[in-house]
Design a protein around this ligand. Structure first.
Ligand code: SAM
Length: 270
């Protein structure tokens, strides 16, 4: 490790760790690195989180953020495996749309939905960019563990606001930033990373590389406000029943009992 590298725990999800190298953020490089990651080993290394789960310990079954989606138009940002679109399709959504940076993930979604007798309009594009998704059209835009990959949070939330009808709802989940700072070690939680540090870094997991930055919770809240959203709910709780279902010696479940590993925000376009 040189002076610019640091060992990071909890890169995303449960507890992946690797040597992180600080990088200057270059949008095109980030998209090339991350689309290669998701085109190849991404899901195998990080797993897919999909509705009804918003993260390992938060579920829509308990939170009921969507309510009745029958007859509604829904768009998923970073649709990945397609399982969340399946979840919405089975709840009689009128129209399903999904977008993702990775061709491979889009193909996975297409095949998964077809196997379930469902279909969606699928768009392969970075979420940061104009990509032909209609404006003032959707009742719900949602995203499960994908928004944090954006290179331009304010721009992305502005685009999401433009896709929604007035009073439309945006729901998304991501790793809680405090989870990124704290590691479980020998039955103790140890603070490992500066909460305020939002710099970009590259991490190698096996022979794959991803590029990311960890944003503060206030960065998300303030960017939502700037994009014209009002927050209706912020969820930081770990679900007791889900924690009970994990093995008693799971470090991750023990950590989730002490601090939020996932946050979920429900916001409404004004
Ligand atoms: C953790 S996965 C989301 C998991 C998804 N909920 C599922 O069920 O598979 C993150 C997804 O975001 C996508 N992604 C990463 N960066 C993106 C970007 N800039 N724009 C759009 N999608 C992006 C990845 O290709 C990947 O499919």
């Amino acid at each position: 490790m040189d002076n610019h590298s640091v060992y990071r725990t909890n890169v995303i999800g449960t507890g992946e760790a690797g040597v992180a190298i600080s990088v200057d953020m270059n949008k095109n490089v980030v998209h090339t690195v991350n689309s290669l990651f998701w085109d190849t080993k991404g899901t195998e290394l990080l797993g897919a989180t999909s509705l009804p789960l918003y993260g390992a310990f938060v579920s829509e079954d308990k939170c009921q953020l969507f309510g009745d989606v029958s007859g509604k138009k829904l768009l998923e940002i970073g649709c990945g495996s397609g399982h969340s679109l399946q979840y919405q399709g089975e709840r009689s959504a009128a129209e399903l749309w999904g977008m993702d940076l990775s061709e491979n993930q889009i193909e996975k979604t297409r095949q998964h939905l077809a196997a379930c007798g469902l279909s969606a309009q699928l768009v392969c594009s970075p979420m940061e960019e104009e990509c032909g998704i209609p404006e003032n059209y959707f009742d719900f835009v949602y995203s499960v563990y994908a928004i944090g990959w954006t290179t331009d949070l304010e721009g992305t939330l502005g685009r999401i606001a433009s896709y929604l009808k007035k009073d439309g709802v945006f729901i998304f989940s991501w790793s809680h930033p405090i989870h990124k700072c704290v590691a479980a070690e020998d039955d103790r939680l140890v603070f490992k990373k500066n909460y305020f540090d939002e710099s970009w870094y590259s991490v190698s997991l096996g022979d794959s590389t991803l590029t990311l930055s960890d944003r503060k919770l206030s960065t998300y809240v303030n960017a939502l406000a700037k994009a014209g959203f009002v927050i209706e709910q912020l969820i930081e709780e770990s679900d007791e029943d889900i924690m009970q279902s994990w093995s008693t010696n799971s470090d991750f479940a023990a950590k989730a009992a002490m601090l939020p590993v996932t946050f979920v925000i429900k916001a409404r376009k004004l």
